[in-house]
Design a protein around this ligand. Structure first.
Ligand SMILES: NC(=O)c1ccc[n+]([C@@H]2O[C@H](COP(=O)([O-])OP(=O)(O)OC[C@H]3O[C@@H](n4cnc5c(N)ncnc54)[C@H](O)[C@@H]3O)[C@@H](O)[C@H]2O)c1
Length: 360
């Protein structure tokens, strides 16, 4: 283990541990970032991505691992926050040897870090990594894993959205509300099913014609619009970004007609200050990392031996957490995103410090 390229290290921002891993023969270059183990071993996925530079890879892993600490804390998990990046184009360099080399580095951390899927890594990759380490989640059902995490991600988003609806309209039901879903991928499709079942009117868009075809076939009542700009400007009550990050930005927020934003996409706020812009426009934003935690709840359950019903029960509690955050935001006069951060920090401090009690 060691730094594989000399660099002007921007310095870990409060991280416990940052590990550089290299295996020249297989081409593995990975960085594992552990932000906090205050609540337990760090859990977070492995992003396999062709970063432009080592600095970009390092910046991403520092950012993502910090985010996982907050997400896992608010998901009520006994897990800290970590994340890993593998620097390279998965289509060019991903191989059994590379993944297994990576697995051995994960194992070498002795359980301080559990990995999972992220952009560029899939359930099948976790099965390969699991041949070298016990500290992996997101494996296939055949290998004792939790399978596709989008199932409970969508369920959790639906719960968070119900809490937001209750806060704004006094009832959690979405019956008769118009919900705009941007992105009919794995999560967006499950979510659309929950919304339709709850009696909501769904308006949706996707850049992939196959996703639109899926909607026409499975939910002919869903109205399809040309693009995200049309969706944002449509007469909708709730906006659900379920595609890429940065959905809430200087263009979309002023145009948005919805009263509530609650969606699955990570990093929805394009830059600091957007949360205030939303609040100033009277739009309630249910923080992304709170409502999309169902996926990490699903894969974390593997550590105990996967039980879908137990994991679903935990993901259902996203309703209570979202409600608590929205109330705290009102009490403290801050946007929900700030209230969520405060609550996560409080849990990390309050529960994390208990290890100071000597057990004899
Ligand atoms: N899958 C999970 O368990 C999980 C967990 C937490 C967060 N998330 C986040 O939720 C989001 C969706 O995840 P997913 O697993 O469904 O991904 P996915 O790749 O299956 O689906 C994304 C969909 O968005 C569409 N899309 C891309 N750009 C678009 C655009 N400009 N306008 C409209 N549609 C566009 C794609 O065509 C695709 O259908 C991502 O941001 C992901 O990081 C996913």
């Amino acid at each position: 283990m060691g730094v594989f390229v000399s660099t002007d290290d921007p310095g870990p921002a409060g991280h416990e541990q940052v590990v550089f891993c290299q295996d020249r023969q297989s081409g593995l270059k990975a960085i594992i970032g552990i932000y906090s183990t205050a609540l337990g071993p760090a859990l977070g996925g492995t992003r396999f991505y062709p970063y432009a530079s080592e600095e970009a890879a390092l910046a991403d892993v520092l950012d993502l691992s910090r985010g996982m600490a907050y997400k896992n804390a608010l998901a009520g998990l006994d897990l800290g926050g970590g994340k890993a990046v593998i620097w390279g184009d998965p289509d060019q360099v991903k191989s059994e040897a590379l993944l297994r080399a990576y697995g051995r580095f994960v194992q070498s951390l002795g359980g301080r870090y559990y990995t999972a899927c992220d952009v560029g890594t899939y359930v099948a990759d976790m099965d390969v990594i699991a041949r070298e380490t016990r500290y992996v989640t997101g494996r296939s059902v055949e290998h004792g894993g939790a399978g596709d995490s989008s199932v409970l991600t969508a369920w959790g988003v639906f719960q968070g959205r119900r809490a937001a609806a209750e806060h704004v309209w006094g009832s959690p039901s979405l019956r008769g509300r118009r919900v705009g879903v941007a992105g009919l991928g794995k999560v967006g499709r499950h979510l659309t099913g929950h919304l339709v079942d709850d009696g909501a009117e769904v308006v949706a868009t996707d850049v992939d014609p196959r996703a639109l075809e899926w909607a026409r076939t499975n939910h002919p009542g869903v109205a399809l619009v040309a693009d995200t700009a049309a969706l944002v400007a449509a007469d909708i009550d709730v906006y659900a970004p379920c595609a890429l990050g940065g959905a809430l930005n200087d263009d979309t927020v002023p145009a948005l007609r919805a009263r509530v934003v609650a969606g699955a996409a990570n990093n929805q706020l394009a830059h600091p200050g957007i949360e205030k812009l939303l609040a100033d426009r009277g739009i309630l934003y249910a923080p992304d990392y709170v409502v999309n935690a169902g996926g990490v709840i699903q894969v974390a359950d593997e550590i105990e031996g996967f039980n879908f019903d137990r994991a679903k029960l935990r993901a259902t509690r996203i309703f209570d957490t979202t409600r608590q955050i929205l109330r705290l935001a009102d009490e403290e006069g801050v946007p929900p995103a700030v209230a969520a951060d405060r609550l996560a920090e409080r849990r990390m401090a309050d529960v994390g410090r208990l290890r100071a009690i000597h057990l004899g």
